[in-house]
Design a protein around this ligand. Structure first.
Ligand code: SF4
Ligand code: SF4
Length: 151
């Protein structure tokens, strides 16, 4: 391989950008769809549980007793029998702890699984009416959000 080709290859590698380098649009319509429906998990770490308990002005023990279930070694928020998150107001369909909602909720829709390929994002837009419209988020913001994990 010539020197020229080698150089080109290394500069291509350095400039490789994700497919969403120009940013992505998202503006939650607060439809509540991602907080309900099919059963699932909303993972919560100790710090998140403390923040949620403080938001509700109850003790950590009381919060865990009412709203948290053990799943193996991890903890998830409980659900109503229909699959809705226990912290979703059944009437208004709004989160009752929005200011302290867990990282999993705050980082949606910029999850690894939604960003792998364009088609993954397209599928996300099909289930979330807020994805793909409204405010434009920069690549930097998306990457920061994507890497945020529950502890
Ligand atoms: S599905 Fe999307 S638009 Fe609806 S509440 Fe969830 S994030 Fe917001
Ligand atoms: S904590 Fe709030 S934002 Fe998260 S799933 Fe439950 S209701 Fe939705």
């Amino acid at each position: 391989m010539s020197e020229k080709k080698k150089k080109k290859k290394s500069s291509d590698k350095g400039s490789k950008q994700p497919w969403y380098a120009d940013g992505l649009q998202f503006q939650c319509t607060q439809c509540g769809d991602c907080c309900g429906g099919e059963p699932g998990f909303v993972w919560v770490g100790e710090d998140e549980i403390e923040a949620l308990a403080a938001e509700m002005k109850i003790t950590v023990d009381e919060f865990e007793y009412q709203f948290v279930r053990q799943v193996g070694r991890d903890k998830s928020l409980k659900e109503y029998p229909d699959g809705d998150c226990i912290l979703l107001d059944p009437e208004t369909r709004k989160c009752t702890v929005y200011g302290a909602r867990p990282i999993q909720c705050r980082t949606w829709p910029f999850w690894d699984s939604n960003l792998k390929k364009r088609k993954d994002w397209k599928e996300t837009c099909e289930v979330c009416p807020g994805a793909g419209q409204g405010k434009l988020y920069s690549l930097e913001h998306i990457e920061m959000t994507r890497k945020e994990k529950s502890v």
